[in-house]
Design a protein around this ligand. Structure first.
Ligand code: SF4
Ligand code: SF4
Length: 248
């Protein structure tokens, strides 16, 4: 479990870095910039996260994202597994609306006029004004209340507008068969103890995925919790170019 301890430690570090980093990930700041024809750091980050997912899936969500970390920190208070399926589609709607506004704002501004990574981030630090503190407390408060009320990582499933871009990057790699970080399973070794499913922070039916040899779920965040908890070493996470042949 050393790897999971490292992952949790990293996530705590990224949560603590939020006062500096929050606006580099802000979808609202992206729209503010677009209104003036400015490409902000947060928009650059959307593109970067899709590129990262092309090579490593949603590793950002599992290892780096401060929002994901805040939700996992609350697992001891409520770690109820949550339903995915059609509910997971909500975030695609959120992303589509955001993308439509983004395009409309750039068109209104006359196109992309400049690239300014520090736009709206005074001195490079996110929490520098009373308004920024207010936004911080609203965003974090919403995340905390949602997690306590619903269970495991609800925002990642239903509300994150970055996730669809990362999923697009991941599935582009799957389609092209390019080398990527991916889960593998030797299903014949599985004893169906379901520890992988119980420990998946994204509430995935991992043992069913193993049985079906279909390890490419769009909701998998490459956290490797299933890998580390499996008593029979059925699952592994490694970089390879094998094309997934079965759908989730
Ligand atoms: S399937 Fe495994 S690697 Fe993917 S989110 Fe669940 S526990 Fe993490
Ligand atoms: S933890 Fe391992 S042995 Fe248990 S159900 Fe999952 S894959 Fe099978």
């Amino acid at each position: 479990m050393k790897r999971q301890n490292l992952r949790k430690a990293l996530m705590v570090v990224f949560v603590l870095s939020l006062p500096v980093t929050m606006f580099y990930l802000s979808p609202l700041l992206t729209l503010q910039g677009a209104w003036k024809g400015i490409v902000t750091s947060s928009l650059l980050f959307v593109a970067l996260s899709a590129v990262l997912a092309f090579f490593a899936g949603r590793v950002f969500c599992g290892w780096i994202c401060p929002g994901g970390a805040v939700q996992e920190v609350l697992f001891p208070a409520n770690d109820r597994r949550i339903p995915g399926g059609k509910y997971d589609l909500i975030k695609y709607g959120v992303a589509a609306v955001w993308l439509a506004f983004l395009a409309a704002f750039f068109v209104r501004a006359g196109g992309i006029l400049s690239v300014a990574p520090l736009y709206g981030i005074e001195g490079g630090v996110s929490l520098a004004t009373p308004v920024s503190y207010l936004m911080f407390y609203i965003a974090m408060g919403g995340m905390v209340v949602l997690s306590l009320a619903v269970g495991r990582r609800p925002f990642c499933h239903y509300g994150c507008l970055l996730a669809p871009f990362m999923i697009a990057g991941k599935y582009a790699a799957i389609k092209l068969g390019t080398p990527r970080l991916r889960l593998h399973a030797e299903s014949e070794k599985c004893i169906d103890c379901k520890l992988c499913t119980k420990n998946c922070p994204m509430s995935l039916e991992v043992n069913a995925m193993v049985k079906a040899s279909a390890m490419d779920s769009p909701e998998c965040i490459s956290c490797a919790a299933c890998v580390d908890v499996c008593p029979k070493k059925v699952i592994s996470l490694s970089f390879s170019s094998a094309v997934s042949t079965k759908k989730e």
